[in-house]
Design a protein around this ligand. Sequence first.
Ligand code: SF4
Ligand code: SF4
Length: 483
Amino acid sequence: MSYNDYSADENRPAHAGGQHSPIPVHFHSEINELYQPEQAELHLASLLTDLGERNLYDAAAQCSRCGYCETVCPTYMLTGRETLSARGRNQFVRMLVEGRAARVSDSAEALSTCLLCGACSSACFARVPTPDIVLEGRRSMTGHGNGLFARAAIRALLDAPKLFAFWLKLAYLAKRTGLPRLAAKMGLYDFIGMPALSGAEAAVTDAPLRFAAELLRRDPELSAGAGRRADWGYFAPCGPNYIFTEVAMATVRVLKRHSGQGIFFDNQCCGLMAHNYGRLEEAREFARRNIARYEELRERFGDFKVIADCSSCAAFMKSYEQLFTADREWRPRARAFAEAVRDILEFIPPERACRAAGGAPGEGAVTYHDSCRACHGQGIRREPREVLRKLAGDRYRELPESDWCCGGAGAYAFTKPELSSRILDRKLRNIASVQASTVVVGATSCLAQIGGGLRRAYPSAKAVHYSVFLDAAGAEHEKNVAR
Ligand code: SF4
Ligand code: SF4
């Protein structure tokens, strides 16, 4: 059922009530901005919730307003404002669908300040998918996703990735030559869809001039012809590909060391940026291209797992089916692809990860920060901890509030700097409380956010990606064996 299905008899959207919603709804079609036919292409046909497939209204109506999630919602805990809680946000969207909110802009603050961290869903007995509900609400906000630079960046990434890479390198060159402000003024960062970069001078220290995909395409071990099987295919998310190249290279070394033969997926962007900017059709196109690529590679190399080393992208690819619930052809293909996706955090079993590894690299205490899209988005908590505990032994310390968002959340740190830095401060205080020297993370947004915060406030500690940590342990082992 689509968002455009109205039931004239009941004077409300057919999908807004039904057997899931006993609440009588008075439907004002002239002000119901979520369900106007011209908005249909902005919205998902339905949401795949833990209680089954639901339209937006029914998904939001699953929220019983119990408030059980309030204490885990960072924006609520920091501000004490009900409108900035999951309960408040679900209620806003529900009112929008019911036509009880006069203007979408009234909800703009509530919707735009959500971190999409998913902590509320983890705490919720009904697993209400608040981040998806918030994104649906955002897509109805006038102008959301229509900015010239967002559109240009996403189209460039989709249709002209070489041009995208060229502009990004130009921006990096400007940064390296001490002209980051010039680059920002030229609109380069905006053009490449990363306005975050203009404010991220502290976070991105080594702007690479050669991207991971360029290096991996030249690796003969990853591109052997048909006739051999592959156990894994490395999918390079935009963060490791374009910004933290060392993470991508470490992931591939770790996979080669511990997981047999593999290939480079040579992928497109997963589509998360387009999805979160509200450009749903472009997000679908990114997904279709990656799914088709997976099917082509599976023909040549047999069944293999698709490994990503940014938890946000891995979680998004695992949810591809939700993009295609109304598409009979692509839905099963998206589901098959999603079933093959693994986050590097969960892929290598602890006994294997630790078999060919020296102790934990570096000195001092090691701790682990749960990236939101790893723990709340994919339920990954145990696997990386087991590996780190084995490697670090007594040096491992559990981080208080480890599954609280760090405030990075994609470009949130730069679009909502005040809230983001208050959330980050809480994370840094927790890191200081266990006197950690190394904070292991699984998403590049956390790497930039926590890494930048530590350099500023707690320079004796550093943030390290899980792959880089594992790779260093493996290299240490190889050095010991060679001695
Ligand atoms: S999202 Fe879940 S936990 Fe939070 S108020 Fe609604 S029903 Fe309760
Ligand atoms: S996704 Fe995060 S910030 Fe948004 S309502 Fe849920 S807990 Fe709060």
